[in-house]
Write a protein that binds this ligand. Sequence first.
Ligand SMILES: Cc1cc2nc3c(=O)[nH]c(=O)nc-3n(C[C@H](O)[C@H](O)[C@H](O)COP(=O)(O)OP(=O)(O)OC[C@H]3O[C@@H](n4cnc5c(N)ncnc54)[C@H](O)[C@@H]3O)c2cc1C
Length: 176
Amino acid sequence: MSEHFDVAVLGMGPGGEVAAGRLLKAGKTVAVIERELIGGECAYWACIPSKTLLRAPEAGIEARRAAGVAAPELDWKESSEYRDYMIRNLDDSAQVDGYASQGATVIKAEARITGPGTIQAGNREIRADNIIIATGSEAVIPTLEGLDDCMDEQGNLHRHGVAGDSNSHRRQCGRY
Ligand SMILES: Cc1cc2nc3c(=O)[nH]c(=O)nc-3n(C[C@H](O)[C@H](O)[C@H](O)COP(=O)(O)OP(=O)(O)OC[C@H]3O[C@@H](n4cnc5c(N)ncnc54)[C@H](O)[C@@H]3O)c2cc1C
């Protein structure tokens, strides 16, 4: 049997979270469907961990530039433990409870739109008057002459490519 909602939000990264929060405040019945962790890329794998890890070297560089301050030592163990704390140890149970307590139906499953206003999420069939697709994005690598030279076998930007020796190679790889 299907469940009916005013709105189903697919994906609960920053985009989905803002939409869900406003809809709940407006008194709508909302299903939020997330296949991984509520908070999305930013909270666990992107903005938060990267800025947390960058802060220590940034502070170290600042201190080294200030006369009369002893240079601080970087401690990877402490930095990475703090990163894990900041990304909630990849545990979104507080977010799940938070949305549930605001009245949302929280479904942890991969969502698939199966027809107009219908969604399959795990073994649940959802009907919704409105569907918000907030499933994020994937990077697309453009076709650019010379770009292949800068990539490793996995398609990642190769740091030797970026820091190559010849000026023409460096220009090709986006250094200049
Ligand atoms: C290394 C890095 C650092 C970054 N730093 C910053 C920063 O400092 N500041 C900043 O503003 N931005 C930063 N960003 C960008 C930021 O992470 C993204 O803009 C943001 O996460 C996009 O939010 P979103 O909600 O659109 O998508 P996402 O955060 O990708 O969320 C989409 C969610 O949808 C879920 N989903 C996908 N498909 C389905 C499905 N079929 N069913 C159910 N769920 C599904 C995914 O599991 C995910 O949780 C950074 C990105 C990276 C990679």
